[in-house]
Ligand binder design. Structure first.
Ligand code: GAR
Length: 197
């Protein structure tokens, strides 16, 4: 990749704490990427206000305003292309993207998932970790491929499950790790050190 800072688009659906961690990291002068745009598929996502307060451009592409998934994704692609986005970071973005959209961003789209993949793909990972009795849980940043929660892994951080953990306590411990590895993984990708996905 070239030496210019990569232009990153962050896709959110809600709180946006991982997005905030990326914005914070990208403030450093030596960080190889800038957060150029935050897009939410939900108009009420709290992360939109957080981003705007940080002076980051925001857009809503509300999936409910489109007749089909393809129309929604066509607009999403247009908005990203117009902003000259190099890398897309999914950060709590809760829409499944079609294979054709994913392929257009192959090697340039990252996701953060709250488990040590390939364990616990899908939703409710913290409750499932507690129910299965695993002692080690964690989080993963990976390249996005058409199959859900399955692309090449960029970084992971293990997080212990402690005696007496509730879902909330475990989620908070994992979230703190997410905020460490997402900026670190984006740095690797922006510097061309994470493989091609
Ligand atoms: C994070 O824990 C992220 O790993 C998870 O949603 C949360 C979003 O929080 N993502 C998924 O479950 C994706 N399937 P945030 O909006 O505060 O970053």
């Amino acid at each position: 990749m070239s030496e210019a800072r990569k232009r990153v688009g962050v896709l959110i659906s809600g709180r946006g704490s991982n997005m905030a961690a990326l914005i914070e990291a990208a403030r450093a002068a030596d960080y190889p990427a800038e957060i150029a745009l935050v897009i939410s598929n939900r108009p009420d996502a709290a992360g939109l206000e957080t981003a705007a307060k940080q002076g980051i451009a925001t857009r809503v592409v509300d999936h409910k305003q489109f007749e089909s998934r393809n129309d929604f994704e066509a607009e999403l692609y247009e908005v990203l292309a117009r902003a000259r986005i190099d890398i897309v970071c999914l950060a709590g973005f809760m829409r499944v993207l079609t294979p054709s959209f994913v392929e257009r961003w192959r090697g340039r789209m990252l996701n953060i998932h709250p488990s040590l993949l390939p364990a616990l793909k899908g939703l409710n990972t913290h409750a499932r970790a507690l129910a299965t009795g695993v002692k080690m849980h964690g989080c993963t940043v990976h390249f996005v491929v058409p199959e859900l929660d399955s692309g090449p892994i960029i970084l992971q951080e293990p997080v212990p499950v402690l005696e007496g953990d509730s879902e909330e306590k475990l989620a908070a411990r994992v979230l703190a790790a997410e905020h460490r590895i997402y900026p670190a993984a984006l740095r690797l990708v922006a510097e061309g050190k994470a493989g091609r996905g």
